[in-house]
Design a protein. Structure first.
Lengths: 194, 199, 189
């Protein structure tokens, strides 16, 4: 497998949202606007890349039976580091994303990549995989955010171009499920190679 | 009175799956059949309640007094992981039949964000009661945990019932599987939106 | 090659990992402590600056009881006399606590308001933070009784479809005004 394909697999072939269907909770909860989706994606990317690197280094020496607890501790450490950094430098984003920052710990994408990829591959490959999957996740979340923001508030990234209130349901819970469902349909129809 | 508000709010108004989006992965993953859905709900209920009890005490008597709140995330997830393992071992010994019913779901629960989500919510968020708002005490935290998991079970069972019917219908190819399921959840969430404002 | 899964190895490995991680966290916590405090302070000063007239010397936080509630407030002093008060006022909105910073002049006129924290529905009640039409109504308001939304017979136009949030907002402002009146009276005596 070439390095390039490791990086690009995260976008379409192994897209975490539309193909692997992992990390649904933040995907649904934080995509009320394009900006929120983007921020959540980047936060996850940060943890994913760092934990992939460290786990690929640790994997050869950790006894088999305790590898999951060790991975969880590593991931939780990076999540907490992220919490501090966000509180200090992007307090507004930290406030909006709220509970879903600490919950990156239990995002199946992070532990999933650690188990499925990082513990069998070298540092460089794991880094690329983290970046690829992380960016794939970020792009998916941003797209969902854009669709929900256009329909729900008539704006994109806060730039309002449709006057009026928009369809409120799309900003709330039902809209999250609906938009994700229909985007998945489009993804299946046009992008997924069966 | 406060207990009733917590219960109604956690089950219906702020349903953990349909309005707070916690625990969505297993919700979508194991809701194909009614029987597995009930099994999963039972296991989640058990673990959420136990985990909330332990993390609440841990936070109150260990992390806060020593100024170690910054270890919250890491401590909570370790407690939950250890707890799930312990429950699995104990259950295997004490009640093999219950283990058979819940066993396969237990490993999945560590990464169910509903568990960590409830544990963190209970120690960080102020709850509102009428015109007042304050943090939960231990009793209220436990009630909240139980009510939340009942809400989880309710959503799960309702959705599994819908999905069993869905499986019998012909849908366009690109809608098959998850997409149509998500659209169904959307309608279910819309119904639950009707509860908002009652407490 | 992975170490053997003996009890000793496992315990050693877990302990080591936990220790190292806690140490890393402690360091990062210490390093980011000051920036976090600074960021919180900046957010607070900005919200106070927004609701008070320019100029004047700002006091540290003061706490006082009024009507069974505890209020945190800041006094801006100009020419030796209090020129305005910034009062932190919390009520319960639709989704949870709604905390405002309300700037009030000593005679009970609202100078401006800003939202410190809220948990209202995005797209509905959350507009209390962005809807300029709603937020501008408070400027220069000098209530002689409790402020109400039009639906309850008052003069505040509520945010569309968010009466409960608007009511909570009105109540928070009313409380702040009543509180400032009480302390301003005390100072005159």
């Amino acid at each position: 497998m070439s390095k390039w394909s490791i990086l690009t697999d995260g976008f379409v072939k192994n897209n975490p949202t539309f193909v692997l269907v992992l990390g649904m909770c933040p995907t649904l909860a934080t995509t009320t606007s394009a900006m929120n989706g983007l921020e959540m994606g980047l936060a996850t990317l940060f943890v994913l890349v760092l934990s992939n690197i460290v786990i690929s280094l640790l994997a050869p020496v950790v006894p088999d039976k305790v590898h999951i607890p060790v991975y969880i501790v590593v991931i939780a450490t990076f999540v907490t580091v992220l919490q501090f950094i966000m509180q200090a430098y992007t307090p507004d984003a930290y406030k909006t994303l709220g509970l879903f920052i600490p919950l990156i710990v239990v995002n199946c994408i992070v532990l999933g990549r650690a188990e499925a990829f990082a513990n069998k591959h070298g540092v460089l490959e794991s880094l690329l995989d983290g970046v690829g999957v992380g960016l794939g996740f970020t792009v998916s979340l941003t797209v969902i955010g854009i669709v929900r923001e256009i329909l729900g508030s008539g704006s994109v990234f806060g730039w309002k171009f449709i006057p009026g209130d928009g369809i409120l349901a799309f900003v709330m819970a039902p809209g999250a499920f609906l938009v994700l469902g229909y985007l998945m349909v489009l993804f299946n129809k046009y992008l997924k190679k069966s | 009175m406060e207990y009733i508000i917590i219960i109604i709010s956690a089950i219906f108004v702020n349903n953990i799956v349909l309005s707070q989006f916690l625990g969505v992965c297993p919700f979508l993953g194991v809701s194909n059949k009614l029987s597995t859905a009930t099994g999963m709900s039972g296991a989640v209920c058990f673990v959420i309640t136990l985990a909330t009890l332990v993390t609440y005490l841990l936070n109150q008597y260990l992390l806060v007094p020593f100024g170690l709140e910054f270890l919250q995330t890491i401590a909570f997830i370790l407690v939950i992981a250890a707890l799930v393992q312990m429950v699995e071992i104990v259950l295997k010994k004490i009640s093999p039949s219950l283990y058979q019913a819940l066993g396969i779901f237990l490993p999945l629960i560590t990464t169910n964000c509903a568990v960590l989500g409830v544990a963190i919510t209970v120690v960080t968020k102020e709850f509102t009661f009428g015109a007042e708002s304050h943090m939960l005490n231990l009793g209220q935290a436990i009630v909240y945990a139980i009510a939340t998991s009942i809400g989880y079970g309710l959503a799960m069972v309702l959705f599994a019932g819908l999905r069993e019917h869905l499986a019998l219908n012909e849908v366009p190819k690109s809608f098959k599987g998850l997409p149509i399921a998500l659209i169904t959840v959307s309608i279910l969430a819309l119904a639950f939106l009707g509860f908002s404002g009652i407490v | 090659m992975a170490a053997k899964s003996t009890l000793k190895n496992m315990a050693l490995c877990l302990t080591l990992v936990c220790l190292v991680c806690s140490a890393i966290l402690a360091v990062i916590y210490a390093v980011t402590y000051d920036p976090i405090q600074a960021a919180e302070k900046k957010a607070l000063t900005e919200s106070i600056g927004q609701v008070l007239p320019d100029g004047g010397e700002l006091s540290d936080v003061v706490s006082a009881e009024f009507d069974g509630k505890k209020f945190d407030y800041y006094v801006s002093t100009a020419d030796g006399a209090p020129a305005a008060y910034a009062v932190k006022s919390t009520t319960v909105g639709f989704g949870g606590p709604l905390t405002l910073m309300v700037g009030v002049l000593p005679d009970g006129t609202v100078y401006n308001t800003s939202v410190l924290s809220h948990s209202e529905t995005p797209g509905l009640g959350a507009k209390c933070n962005t809807d300029t039409k709603f937020m501008d109504q408070w400027k220069g308001l000098r209530p002689d009784k409790v402020i109400k939304v039009t639906k309850d017979g008052g003069d505040i136009d509520a945010i569309t479809a968010s009466t409960i949030t608007s009511r909570a907002y009105s109540l928070a402002v009313s409380n702040a005004v009543a509180f400032v009146r009480s302390i301003a009276n005390k100072e005159e005596e």
